[in-house]
Design a binder for this molecule. Structure first.
Ligand SMILES: C[S@@+](CC[C@H](N)C(=O)[O-])C[C@H]1O[C@@H](n2cnc3c(N)ncnc32)[C@H](O)[C@@H]1O
Length: 397
C-alpha cells in the first residue's frame, strides 16, 4: 500500500506530517467504507421503504435517491465527513510540499535535462487554460492543476502526486499507475497483433498512467498532454526519474496541434469527467481526427449512470454535488456509445471493458478477463474497495 511518493521527487515529511497523512488515509477509508455502508443500510431499511409507501414505486434514478436521502442525518454526516476528509488530505501534504518547493523545482529541472530517458516537455507561456480548470479547485485541490508560483514551477504536480497518494489509500498502486498498468496489460493480451507506434494520453496530469503504456509498448513513441504547465513539467521529471521516455506537452485535448491520423492509440484516464459536455464532444472529434485508420481510442472512467442502479448512480454522482466536480454527473449521464457515434466512430466499432485491478488481483486475473469480458459494471467498478475493477470504453477507427 502506497502512502507516500517514493521516487526521485519524493518530499520528506516530518514524523508529525507523516502521521497526519497516514491518519487521513485511514479516515478516508473509514468514511468510504464504514460510513458509506452505514448510509446504504439506512437507505435500504428506512429511506427507500418510506419513498415506496408514498410513491408506490422505488426511486427511478440517482436524482430521486439523492432527494429522498438528502435530509437524513446519516447522509449529512457522511457528506460533511467526506468533504472535510477531502480538504484535510490536501492539508496533510501541503506543508511538506511548500517547504520543499525550491528544491523540488531544481530537482525537476535537473531530471528533465538528464539523460535518464529521452523524453521531452513543452509548455507555452501564452497558453490559455480553459475556465473549467482555471476557475475552480477541482476536487478541492488547492491551486488545481494550473497555478504557477514562478518560472519552471512544478508545485501543483507535487500537490497532486502526494495528495492522491494519501487520497487513494493504496488502491492506485505503488506509483499511482494501477489504471494504466491494468488496462495496457489487458489490451496487449486482448489484441496481441495490435502494435501501436504512436500513443497519446489526454489529460495526463503527472503521467502516472501514461508511463505504463510506454512500458507495455516500449517501441512506441508516447506523448502526453495536459492544460496544466506545472503538472506536465513534473510529469516529465517523474517519467525521466523512472527511466521512461514520454513526450509531455501543454495542450488542450479539444484542439491539439498534432497532425491528422498521427496516432495508433489514444488513451485517457479519469479525464473526461473534468471536461464540460461541449468540450467532451470536441475531445472525441479531435481523437477521431488524430487516430490512424485501425487505431483505438480508449477512455477509463467511472461507469455511466445507465449501467448502474439508482442507488449506485446517486453514490457515484455525490462528487458532482459536493466535491467541486461540476462536470462529473453531466458526463456520467451521457451514453458512451452515443458520444463515440456522434464523433463519427462506427457503432459496430464501439468497445467497453471492465478490467480487474492488476495490483489487487494479479496478472493472471487481468489476462483471464480477456476471455471472460461482459463489459458490465458491478458495485466494485471504479470504487475504492477490495476487489476494484476499472471501466473503460472507446472505439476503433
Ligand atoms: C483527474 S485528472 C486526470 C489524471 C490522470 N489522467 C489519471 O490517470 O489519474 C484530469 C486532468 O485533465 C486535465 N484537463 C482538463 N481539461 C483538459 C483539456 N481540455 N485538455 C487537456 N487536459 C485537460 C486537467 O488539467 C487534469 O490534469
Amino acid at each position: 500500500m502506497t502512502k507516500y511518493v517514493n521516487h526521485d521527487l519524493k518530499v520528506s515529511p516530518t514524523p508529525e506530517e507523516a502521521a497526519r497523512q497516514t491518519f487521513m488515509s485511514s479516515m478516508r477509508m473509514y468514511v468510504l467504507h464504514d460510513l458509506a455502508n452505514g448510509m446504504r443500510t439506512v437507505y435500504e431499511s428506512e429511506v427507500e421503504p418510506k419513498f415506496e409507501r408514498k410513491n408506490k414505486r422505488t426511486p427511478k434514478d440517482g436524482v430521486e435517491v439523492h432527494r429522498a436521502l438528502k435530509k437524513d442525518p446519516t447522509f449529512k454526516f457522511y457528506s460533511s465527513m467526506r468533504c472535510n476528509a477531502q480538504e484535510m488530505v490536501f492539508r496533510s501534504i501541503l506543508p511538506t510540499v511548500e517547504r520543499s518547493q525550491d528544491t523540488l523545482n531544481k530537482k525537476a529541472k535537473a531530471l528533465s535535462r538528464s539523460k535518464k530517458a529521452n523524453g521531452t516537455v513543452e509548455t507555452d507561456p501564452n497558453f490559455k487554460v480553459p475556465r473549467s480548470v482555471s476557475a475552480i479547485d477541482v476536487h478541492r485541490m488547492p491551486g488545481n492543476y494550473d497555478t504557477e508560483y514562478g518560472p519552471d514551477d512544478v508545485t501543483q504536480g507535487a500537490v497532486y502526486d502526494n495528495g492522491i497518494s494519501v487520497f487513494s489509500m493504496g488502491f492506485f498502486g505503488e506509483n499511482l499507475d494501477d489504471i494504466g498498468s491494468s488496462i495496457s496489460m489487458f489490451i496487449k493480451n486482448k489484441y496481441p497483433k495490435f502494435a501501436p507506434k504512436r500513443i497519446l494520453d489526454m489529460g495526463c496530469t503527472i503521467g502516472h498512467n501514461t508511463v505504463p503504456w510506454a512500458k507495455a509498448y516500449p517501441k512506441a513513441e508516447v506523448h502526453a498532454i495536459d492544460v496544466g504547465a506545472p503538472v506536465v513539467r513534473y510529469g516529465h521529471a517523474r517519467a525521466q526519474a523512472a527511466g521512461v521516455p514520454v513526450h509531455f506537452h501543454q495542450q488542450n485535448a479539444e484542439a491539439t496541434d498534432f497532425e491528422d491520423e498521427s496516432f495508433d492509440l489514444i488513451f485517457s484516464s479519469m479525464f473526461l469527467h473534468e471536461v464540460p459536455k461541449k468540450g467532451i464532444k470536441k475531445v472525441f472529434k479531435e481523437a477521431r481526427r488524430l487516430l490512424k485508420p485501425g487505431g483505438l481510442m480508449l477512455h477509463m472512467e467511472l461507469p455511466p449512470n445507465k449501467m448502474l442502479g439508482a442507488y449506485d448512480s446517486f453514490y457515484l454522482d455525490w462528487d458532482s454535488y459536493y466535491n467541486k466536480e461540476p462536470f462529473y454527473k453531466p458526463f456520467r449521464d451521457m451514453d458512451p456509445r452515443a458520444v463515440c457515434a456522434d464523433a463519427g466512430f462506427a457503432k459496430s466499432k464501439f468497445v467497453q471493458y471492465v478490467i480487474p485491478s492488476l495490483g489487487q488481483y494479479g496478472e493472471k486475473a487481468v489476462k483471464d478477463s480477456v476471455k471472460k469480458q461482459t463489459g458490465k459494471a458491478d458495485d466494485q467498478t471504479g470504487r475504492f474497495a477490495a476487489g476494484i475493477h476499472w471501466y473503460c470504453f472507446g472505439a476503433w477507427k
